[in-house]
Design a protein. Structure first.
Length: 328
């Protein structure tokens, strides 16, 4: 039975990946930060067969202890402070966890497998936010990185550190440069879930409007459940490498609103949406669209859920959730 350790198991990617690995017969371990983690019950409910270990990406010794217990064949580093807007408010903590945390887990894996650098295969969750002020459209593995947020800068550090450990120590260390990927499990602070949750509440008469920032920003949105399959496929390759994981399509926030409101029968949402400068980023990333051809050609991966299907899935989930909460 193969064994895997997942950091960041409390997030949407961690949950979907754990489900995937369990279905493939893995013995799965998940790293939880803090004994009173508010998402502990969620993880236990969704993936009860996962063995949970306490650890922290900022504490190398705790990572070494987790590796000694899990004895993994594969390590998936999904742990990060992943809300981009928050990274301006706390750039230091974001750098420590999202950036230096990658160095800590890489070093822990190196020390744990010092006798055989390929004993553990490592996956790093890199991000399309690394492209920031995009220098090429679409963005691919060779596109110059120009991050526009402390989060993006931290992800660049982790990305290049992963490459450095691969080249310096011969580790099987791969990075997935994942473009925006969403699901009903996405936190409500992220724009897609913010919209779908608000649309559900507006439809049920629970709120009057939604307040947004930049409506013209464009993103390449896919389904998180599809993207964790790409992560797993990377670690099944004989040679470690880096891959863009994306749909190859881009949609604006306005299109997101179009599709979400259409799911509840509203064709003109202008009366339900307001804008506020508080939700504008200090340095905006205007256009992200990935070229997933390498992942398609080498990994045999392609997305199964399109944009309309993704947003429709999320609105339907939020309608059910809000009805259950309010009895409407």
């Amino acid at each position: 039975m193969p064994r895997a350790l997942i950091t960041g198991i409390t997030g949407q990617d961690g949950l979907y990946l754990a489900e995937l690995l369990l279905a493939k017969g893995y013995d799965v371990y998940g790293l939880i930060r803090g004994q009173n983690n508010p998402k502990l019950d969620l993880v236990r409910r969704v993936v009860p067969d996962v063995t949970l270990l306490t650890g922290d990406l900022t504490d190398l010794s705790s990572l070494l202890r987790a590796l000694e217990v899990a004895k993994p064949d594969e390590v998936y580093n999904l742990g990060a402070i992943s809300f981009v807007a928050y990274s301006w408010e706390n750039a230091m903590l974001t750098s420590d966890v999202t950036g230096k945390g990658v160095l800590n887990i890489l070093e822990a894996v190196r020390l744990y497998s010092h006798d055989d650098p390929n004993r553990v295969r490592f996956y790093q969750a890199s991000s399309s936010e690394m492209f920031g002020k995009v220098q090429e459209v679409p963005q691919r593995e060779t596109t110059l990185l120009w991050p526009r947020s402390p989060y993006g800068v931290a992800k660049v550090f982790g990305h290049y550190m992963t490459i450095n450990y691969r080249e310096s120590y011969g580790m099987h260390a791969s990075s997935g440069i994942l473009f925006n990927h969403e699901s009903p499990r996405r936190g409500p602070e992220f724009v897609t879930r913010k919209v779908t949750q608000a649309v559900a509440r507006i439809h049920l008469g629970l709120q009057d409007r939604i307040v947004m920032g930049n409506l013209d920003a464009k993103r390449d949105w896919g389904f998180a459940g599809d993207y964790v399959e790409a992560m797993w496929r990377m670690l099944q390759q004989d040679t470690a490498d880096d891959y863009v994981v994306a749909t190859g399509e881009t949609h604006s926030i306005r299109e997101l609103l179009d599709v979400a409101f259409a799911a509840v029968g509203v064709s003109d949402w202008s009366g339900y949406v307001a804008q506020d400068e508080r939700f504008m980023r200090p340095a905006e990333v205007d256009l992200l669209i990935g070229d997933p051809s390498k992942a398609r050609d080498v990994l045999g991966w392609k997305p199964s859920v399109d944009f309309a299907g993704l947003i429709g899935m999320m609105v339907e989930n939020d309608l059910a959730e809000q009805r259950a909460l309010t009895g409407r």
